[in-house]
Write a protein that binds this ligand. Structure first.
Ligand code: IMP
Length: 173
């Protein structure tokens, strides 16, 4: 297994996260946000993002899974969902990466069914050329080519999530 050199360094990531948080703070001025991280992959991006957002916020998580090894199963399971009534909330969903769009589309429809005041989506990475389901995205960290990446929360078989940068992952040299 090979983890290549960084596709995005820690420095590039932190700069981009600050830019996104700045835009979000601007767009939600005078509003209160409910920021919802989609776990596990978004945990690092989520925590960097929320500590740079400058409007009042509450937070929660959705724990969902749809991925086996490096292939999407196309099936989404939700193990934990946002608690309580969200009908008065401006919800911002925070995802690690959008690949086929199946996971995010499923989660988006679940959240919309609960009638939030508004819903926007922020994903750290976007693998646009792999998209099967079109999901409206409001904030994107980086667009990437069709490569499997790890680090900064993203895993291969639950490993490499702790790397502070993003690398392309190859199974064999
Ligand atoms: P989608 O449903 O195909 O859009 O897949 C989204 C989920 O697949 C993400 O939340 C990730 O957990 C996982 N995923 C997709 N591409 C990658 C990758 O390159 N590295 C690690 N996980 C990935």
């Amino acid at each position: 297994m090979i983890v290549g050199k960084p596709l995005f360094t820690t420095h590039q990531i932190q700069n981009r996260v600050q830019e996104l948080a700045g835009r979000i703070s601007h767009d939600y001025a005078k509003k209160e946000l409910l920021v919802v991280g989609i776990l596990k992959g978004a945990f690092m991006f989520f925590s960097d993002l929320v500590r740079n957002i400058e409007v009042p916020l509450t937070l929660d998580f959705i724990i969902a899974s749809s991925y086996m090894k490096t292939q999407s199963t196309g099936e989404v399971k939700v193990f934990y969902d946002i608690r309580g009534d969200i009908s008065e909330s401006h919800v911002l969903l925070v995802e690690d990466i959008v690949d086929t769009g199946i996971t995010l589309n499923h989660i988006r429809e679940r959240v919309i069914a609960r009638g939030p005041k508004s819903l926007k989506i922020c994903s750290f990475l976007d693998k646009r050329e792999r998209r099967i389901v079109d999901v409206p995205m409001d904030y994107i960290g980086f667009e990437i080519p069709n490569e499997f990446v790890v680090g900064y929360g993203l895993d291969y078989e639950n490993r490499f999530r702790n790397l502070p940068y993003i690398s392309i992952f190859k199974k064999k040299a």
